[in-house]
Ligand binder design. Sequence first.
Ligand code: ADE
Ligand code: ZN
Length: 343
Amino acid sequence: MTTVSRETLTALRALPKAELHLHLEGMLQPQRVLALAQKYSVPTDWDEVRSRYTLRGFSQFLELYKWATSFLREAADYAALAEDAAVTLHEQGVVYAEITLSVGVMLLRKQNVSGNFFALRNVFRRHAEAGTGPQVQFIFDAVRQFGAEPALEVARLAASLHNEGVIAFGLGGDELSLPLQEFRKAYRLAAEHGLHLVAHAGETGGPEQVQDAIDILRAERIGHGIAAIRSSAVMNTLANRRIPLEVCPTSNLLTNALDIQLNATHAKLERHPLRKLFRHGIPITISTDDPAMFHTSLLEENAAALRMGLSIADLVAINRNAFQYAFLSDAERKTFLGQFPAA
Ligand code: ADE
Ligand code: ZN
C-alpha cells in the first residue's frame, strides 16, 4: 500500500485522468465472475475465485484471464461488465478512456463480436452522455499466441467498426510465443483503414520487441515497453521519435515482468524503471492494464509513481501526456488539456 499524504491524494484525485491501456476484461471483478458463474451454473465458490485472483507470475495471470473471460458468453454479459467499468472509472476521476477489447478471445469462442461490441459501447455511451462515466473509444486487440490469421480477422472487424468508436488495432498476449513479423499483414490492413496502431511489447520480452513493434508493425504507442530500460538505443528511439510507453506498474509487479526486466527476484515496486525512462525524455503515460485482477486503480498507480521518486509536477506532466498521446481530435484534446492546472 502507498504511504502518500491525504493532501497529495486530493491533488492526484483532482487531476483529469485518462486511461490509455485498460482491458475491459481486466475490469472483471471477482463478484461479477461469481455472479456470471452462477448464471451459467458453473460450480465455483468464493474461495476458488479469491485464490485465482491472488496471482504472481505471467502464466498464472494468463490462466486467470482465460478463466474469468470464460464467463463472458453473450452480449448482456459484456454490457454488465461495461456497467461496472463505467461506474468504477467515474469514481476514479477518469474522464477519458481508450478501452481494449480482447476480440481475439471473442473470436476463439465463436462469439458475435459486433453484438458484444454494440451492447457494451451503448452502456459507455449512456454513461458519458449522463455525465456518470468517461468518454470512451475502443482498441481491438488480437492475441499473439493465437497466430496471424485470427489477428487478421480482428483487424478486419476493427476496420468494419471504425466509424462506431473503434480507433485502433493492437496485439496482446504472450510476447514470447510468435515473432512480430507474423503480424505485419494485420497491422498493414488496419493502417490502410485509418486505424491507429498499438502493441504490447517489452513487457516480458526484451528491448528488441519494442524496436520490432516500431519498425515492423509501425506501432504508435507501446504497451508496457519497460524492457527499453535494458537498451539505450531503444530508449533513444522512443525519446527521439516521441513514441510513448503506456506504463502499468502494479501489473508489472504482479506478472513478474518487473523481476524479468531487472533480472531480480521479488523486486519492490520502488525499483520500477518508470522514473529513469521518464527522465530519459521518453513520453510516459500511466495506466492500470487489468485493474480488477491486479487490485489497483489509476489513483493507486499515480501514488505508486510518487513512491518511485516522481514529484506531483512530474505526475501532472504524465497525466497531461495521456491526453497528448490519446487518439483524439485536436479539438477534443484541447478541451481536455484545458482542464489541467496552469503550469
Ligand atoms: N492482456 C491483458 N493484459 C495483458 C498484459 N498485461 N499483457 C499481455 N496481454 C494482456
Ligand atoms: Zn495490457
